[in-house]
Design a protein around this ligand. Structure first.
Ligand SMILES: O=P(O)(O)O[C@H]1O[C@H](CO)[C@@H](O)[C@H]1O
Ligand SMILES: O=c1cc[nH]c(=O)[nH]1
Length: 244
């Protein structure tokens, strides 16, 4: 098998995939948190790995930057490789005064200036929301780990270098917790193909107040968020077992 962007074989991916934008962050997660790791994709350098966390098969793969890129990888993982749950583990910028560098935010939903969800939803406004169960388990996992999180709305921007500085105050006024570039598209793809998606982000810079983490820090220092994401999967499994 194989797709235009993934050359893994059947069964190479677990049903749950953690997805950072940065493929080097994917490698870091796999090498730091998973056992029995094997690389299952390297097309275009978009590293994908499968391994085990506490015996549970789990995959991690980069999705690149922006909604077009995450839309390709999310669709191929769901449709061609049978992924059922995608958890983005990203970085974001803050606009609110009460959101600081390294805060972990969990997206309930994501606003966007992208038109992709209108394209897929017959021109209507689609509410790009995270899967409730995954999100609830992420919040509970964070609490159990003693890792503070903020839960609320994200903004998925089409432009990293946006020439409209005035929108930042608008985002702040509307309570946006983090500005990133994929969640709204990921939620749209998951809805289109009947999968589940969640987004966790660590704040890597404060867009209004200033201050930022280095690219190396963004690549390999988001361990709190990774633990929350991995424990989310474990909690989600336990909840599903109990329900059946
Ligand atoms: O660090 P990642 O997960 O890539 O997330 C954020 O960083 C990139 C921009 O620098 C965008 O992909 C944005 O969503
Ligand atoms: O997309 C992003 C990611 C981090 N910081 C930003 O300002 N935007």
């Amino acid at each position: 098998m194989g797709t235009p962007h993934i050359d893994a074989g059947p069964g190479d991916f677990a049903d749950t995939v953690l997805m950072p934008g940065d493929p080097l962050r994917a490698r870091y997660i796999a090498e730091t948190f998973l056992d029995e790791v094997r690389e299952v994709n390297s097309v275009r350098g978009m590293s994908g790995f499968s391994g085990r966390y506490k015996e549970r098969p789990i995959s991690v793969m980069g999705h690149g930057m922006g909604i077009p890129s995450v839309s390709i990888y999310a669709r191929e993982l769901i449709v061609d490789y049978g992924a059922r749950s995608l958890i983005r583990v990203g970085s974001c910028g803050a606009v609110r005064d009460d959101v600081a560098l390294r805060d972990v935010v969990i997206g309930l939903g994501a606003c966007t200036d992208s038109g992709v969800n209108r394209s897929r939803f017959a021109g209507m406004d689609f509410a790009a929301i995270a899967d409730f169960e995954l999100t609830r388990h992420a919040v509970d996992a964070a609490a159990a780990l003693g890792i503070p999180v903020k839960v609320g709305n994200l903004f998925s921007a089409d432009l990293f270098y946006d020439p409209r500085p005035e929108i930042l105050d608008l985002l702040k006024r509307y309570g946006i917790l983090g500005v990133e570039m994929e969640a709204a598209g990921l939620f749209g793809v998951a809805a289109e193909f009947g999968a589940r998606a969640a987004t966790l982000c660590t704040v890597s810079d404060h867009i209004l107040k200033g201050g930022s983490l280095s690219s190396t820090e963004r690549q390999s220092t988001f361990d709190d968020m990774m633990l929350v994401a991995l424990e989310t999967v474990m909690r989600d499994d336990r909840a599903r077992e109990t329900a059946t």
